[in-house]
Design a protein around this ligand. Structure first.
Ligand code: SAH
Ligand code: SF4
Ligand code: F3S
Length: 508
């Protein structure tokens, strides 16, 4: 498949040439991504030295907190680590631990500090260990201040805008000569050698860096970065920067390359994919991009995430209705059912507009599965407002919903709004909402019982090694008897029994 394209591509070219052919004694190139491949080659030398001293390769572990955007970034980090020669290791054995952090709610931050606290004694005992922190939480200046003050054992800190520079930052840290190379060395434990590199924002998009996919048959693909919506509760626009779209040609080329490498399902990623293309030199719409992607031969399933209701166009609904490849699932975060609260959230749609949109989508794609995000306890939310949310849940009948307790994020407009809702009131509402969501989800799931549908098999079942698990087009999970050879295959399965949020099926 399209060998020509592969040959012309820098990433593959470097893979073919082999990093060892890069002259690491020469000055580093200034252009990207060549510069990063140079630093990967440098780190590779260090890895070799480690191997000679310790009789084994160093292990690395990237742990992801947060959303699919972070999960995709982690795949890029793993790709770079692989090029450096690191082996993948579990976190408790890794010589290099990286936390790719999230800060969307306060508890995400708390978890990272907790995990860091646990790493500290390990690093004392194994001084050669390196700890890296990156992701959204690092974009907050007060977090970095706290780390500088109280977590001096962290080696590398970088943010969301310069993830592509990972190899250069690791090389910089390694050149500082400590930590010592041998896993058995003694080390004074002090580190004034934190490498910190955080950018406030960027308009750059660096293409063609390596990445390591979790699954061989499906992949996430960034189509855009950042967010311009500034929902009043949300920190994402502050930590992910301004919205910028990738060139459609680069997206199509990446998907073609993935398909040639065995991928048949892609998930197009962006904070608000419906506004794709607005920032391009030659603007184009998300619907147009999807139409182009649909034409890629060998690609069988297209998913995307996330859709902001205010930007979901008629064109897009039409494309979804006609498409043979776009999956029958739409994640359409409502956040609240109250028009008053939606206005305070700066969501720019009303309850009625949202419900109308759902009607339109269901008319165009009758068997579509709808899922959502809901926040409970936004400042000023009254019992009546909350009832409106329950009303939307009952009317839309979501296949599933992520429910969140409102979390105050410093720097966002909602954090200083009056009438913050008391904790016990929120907790009560949250429990009621969850119950409603779960009851309805079990009912909507049961609707497909008895039908035969195509499943893309993903893995062996956790709880039964004789069974495999996979997903329907509508994203629901199905478990059925089958072997490892089915992983990555599309199998027709009869849905025998609904178990709340997944099915037990039978291969036909
Ligand atoms: N861009 C996506 C969502 C990104 S964050 C979108 O607009 O849908 C994922 C979800 O986290 C949001 O949909 C919202 O429901 C929730 N969230 C964001 N900020 C929050 C906060 N301060 N408190 C509680 N939940 C929040
Ligand atoms: Fe946050 Fe709103 Fe942007 Fe989603 S659209 S990332 S909720 S600001
Ligand atoms: Fe979290 Fe950043 Fe995603 S804050 S939800 S990881 S964009």
């Amino acid at each position: 498949m399209s060998m020509m394209k592969k040959e012309n591509n820098l990433f593959n070219m470097y893979n073919r040439i082999n990093l060892e052919k890069i002259d690491i004694n020469a000055q580093p190139p200034t252009e990207e991504p060549a510069r990063q491949y140079y630093f990967m080659a440098k780190c590779r030398e260090w890895v070799k030295e480690f191997q000679q001293k310790n009789g084994r390769l160093p292990g690395a572990c990237v742990t992801t907190f947060g959303c699919q955007m972070n999960a995709r970034d982690s795949e890029k980090l793993r790709g770079i680590l692989r090029e450096m020669g690191y082996e993948e290791a579990s976190e408790d054995k890794a010589d290099f631990v990286i936390y790719n952090t999230c800060t969307v709610r306060e508890n995400a931050n708390t978890r990272v500090y907790g995990r860091l606290g646990q790493l500290k004694p390990r690093k004392k005992k194994h001084p050669h260990m390196m700890i890296g922190l990156c992701g959204c939480m690092m974009q907050e200046p007060e977090v970095v201040e706290k780390l500088k003050k109280s977590y001096r054992f962290v080696d590398i800190i970088f943010g969301t805008h310069n993830i592509y520079k990972f190899a250069e930052l690791v090389a910089t840290r390694l050149e500082l000569q400590d930590p010592p190379l041998a896993a058995s060395s003694v080390y004074n434990g002090k580190s004034d050698r934190m490498v910190i590199d955080i950018w406030k924002d960027t308009d750059q998009i660096i293409e063609d860096l390596p990445n390591e996919r979790k699954y061989s048959f499906k992949s996430g693909i960034n189509i855009m970065f950042g967010c311009n919506n500034f929902c009043s509760y949300c920190i994402v626009p502050y930590v992910r920067g301004r919205e910028r779209s990738r060139d459609p040609k680069a997206i199509i080329q990446e998907i073609e390359r993935l398909v040639a490498d065995g991928v048949s399902e892609v998930m197009l990623l962006g904070q608000n994919v419906n506004s794709y293309g607005k920032t391009l030199e030659t603007p184009m719409t998300f619907a147009q991009l999807l139409t182009q992607i649909e034409k890629i031969e060998g690609l069988r399933r297209i998913r995307f995430m996330t859709s902001h209701p205010k930007d979901l166009s008629d064109d897009l609904i039409e494309v979804m209705g006609k498409s043979k490849k776009i999956c029958k699932h739409l994640h359409l975060p409502v956040q609240s059912g109250s028009t008053d609260i939606l206005a305070k959230m700066n969501r720019r749609y009303t309850k009625e507009q949202y419900l109308k949109l759902v009607e339109k989508i269901r008319a165009a794609v009758p068997d579509i599965s709808l899922t959502t995000d809901i926040i409970v306890g936004f400042p000023g939310e009254t019992e009546e407002d909350f009832e409106e949310t329950l009303d939307v849940v009952r009317k839309v009948r979501y296949d599933s919903a992520f429910t969140f307790i409102y979390s105050k994020r410093t720097g966002t407009p909602a954090a200083v709004m009056e009438n913050q809702v008391p904790e016990d009131v929120i907790k009560n509402r949250f429990d009621r909402l969850l119950k409603e969501v779960q009851t309805i989800a079990a009912e909507t799931c049961a609707v497909h019982e008895g039908t035969v549908q195509e499943v893309l098999v993903e893995d062996i079942c956790d709880h039964d090694s004789e069974m495999v698990t996979g997903r329907l087009s509508n994203n629901l999970l199905v478990h059925f008897y089958g072997g490892r050879e089915l992983i990555g295959q599309y199998v027709d399965v009869s849905l025998k029994e609904c178990r709340g949020f997944y099915y037990i099926g039978e291969k036909i």
